[in-house]
Design a protein around this ligand. Sequence first.
Ligand code: ATP
Ligand code: MG
Length: 229
Amino acid sequence: MFPQSCVTCVTALRRPTGISSLPDRTLFRMPPVRRGLGILGGTFDPPHIGHIAAAVEVRSALHLERVLLMVANDPWQKTGTRPLSEASDRFAMVNAAVQGIEGLEASSLEIDRGGVTYSIDTLQFLRVSAPDQQLFLIVGSDAATNLHTWHRFEELQDLATLVIVDRDGEIDAEPPSGWSAVKVSIPRLDISSSELRDRVRSGRPLEPFVGGPVINEIRSRGLYGLADS
Ligand code: ATP
Ligand code: MG
C-alpha cells in the first residue's frame, strides 16, 4: 500500500475491505487515489521548515488527501512555562506557511473550539464529522516518546493511525504497544521553534528556516520583538 523505501509499518494497518480480486492492469498506470486525512498538531510558535517537511513527506508517502496543520489554542503542556504567541497570530503564521503547498491546510478547529487543547477532542470531532476518512495522527519522534503524557492518550489509538517522523536528537521512537502505527523517514532537519525564538533574540536571521510569507506575518504582527522596519 505504501512505498516501502520511506515507510515502515510498525504494526498492522487497517486495510480497506471489499477488495476481492486484483484491479484491472490499467489501474497501475493511474496515479494513486489519495485518501486519508493527516493531522499534524502543534503550537507552531513559529512554524518552520521542519513542520512543513514533515507534513509534505507524510502526505506523499501515505498518499493522503490532505494534511491539516492543527494550531493548538491552549497547549496546556507549554502554558505557563514560557510566553506564548496568541493563537490567532500562530494561526496566521501557519496559514502563511502553507500557502501554495498542495494538500496542506492550516486548521483553526482547536482555536474555534477554545479552551485547553486536547488532541483527543480534535480526533473525536473529526471522526464524527468525516466518518469515512481514515485519520493519521502525525507526530515527531520527540512527541511520540511523550505520548503517554497526553490527555486520555490511550483513546487516541481507536481513532487514528499514528505516524512517527524522525526528529534530530530523538530517533527510533516506538509507538505504544499495540497501536496501529507507521514510521515515515523525512530528511532530518535539526530545527525547532524554540531555537528560532532564540535566533531572533540574538539578532540572527530566521531565513531559510522560516519562509518569506511567515516572516512578513511576524513583522506585521510585531512577534518575537521583530517589527516592520
Ligand atoms: P518548540 O521548540 O516550541 O516545542 P517545535 O519546533 O517542537 O517547537 P511544535 O509546535 O512543538 O514545534 O511541534 C509540533 C509537531 O511537529 C510535533 O509533533 C513535533 O515533533 C513536530 N516537529 C517539530 N519540528 C520538527 C522537525 N524539525 N522535524 C520533524 N518533526 C518536527
Ligand atoms: Mg515541540
